[in-house]
Design a protein around this ligand. Sequence first.
Ligand SMILES: [Mg+2]
Length: 325
Amino acid sequence: MFHGRQSPEPELSEAMPLVRSRPLPQLPKRPQETVSHAYGDCRPIDYTFVQMDPREPLLSALVRTRRAYLVDLDGVIFTGSRPIPGAGEFFDALRQRKLPFQLITNNSTRTGRQVSDHLKGMGFLIDPEDILTSPEATAVYLRRDWPAGTPLMVIGEEGLVRAMVGAGFQLTTDPGHAKVVVCGLDRRLTYERLVRGSSAIRFGAAFVATNADLALPTEHGFLPGNGATLAYLEAATGVKPTVIGKPSPVMLEIAMARLGVVHQETVMIGDGLHTDILAGARASVATILVLTGVATIADVAHATNPPDVVTGSIDIVRQALIAQV
Ligand SMILES: [Mg+2]
């Protein structure tokens, strides 16, 4: 469903390169009539299109008019450790057509290289440069305001530490010295680390977070995520963090800057309404919700930011792509 957004396009953030490689065709307007579709055993819905056929016009129009793809990982290309059928071929189709893409993950514990290796274990051949992790995005964001050498305190794991060191920051555990506290998931979190972090924030350090996911789905059930740590630090200091990962649009803006594309030529594919699709809406990129992950078609009914298109899986997007002449 295209909303034909009525409000003027928001301004891009400063320092976003505006590279437009070709004219951008207009998407068709949202149809005026209400159309009902049934998906699986769900009741028919009358507020969106579920694009189960790659030849359906809205999905088809979207892949015809967008050339850059931002793709979530879990629930879109794999679930747990199982690849989703057609996902590997989707990236082959993008490469054959020279369509740029970035895989975008809120995971703050792994480096891009580690994510790439993890994907390789499932049969996906994705270069680390085609992956944007929340620590990498956070590093780009921080370097806009803080020069190399700025003392910074990390609460987090290897992926975050490496991203901050790689961006030239000087790591410190001294609350009186840190200019920034950057917080990602830390599975060896201690009271002492929380004390140091909250003291630094109270002394005036900026409080920045890779992501705010409250809980992590695992084979052992839901485990506390970085959002739970942020809630602790916020309660202790009264300071809200600046969050970089989805649903913040910052991560998508950084991914588009990496690709040298603008929001009008970009599409976000995700399985989460409150993360991927909301981030896409905030970054003014078109969105495709796939039903292979957390969101169900029933959830779309209650979504305050419904996606532009709902489809069964990334394989249907691939089929729509290769059906283009
Ligand atoms: Mg996901």
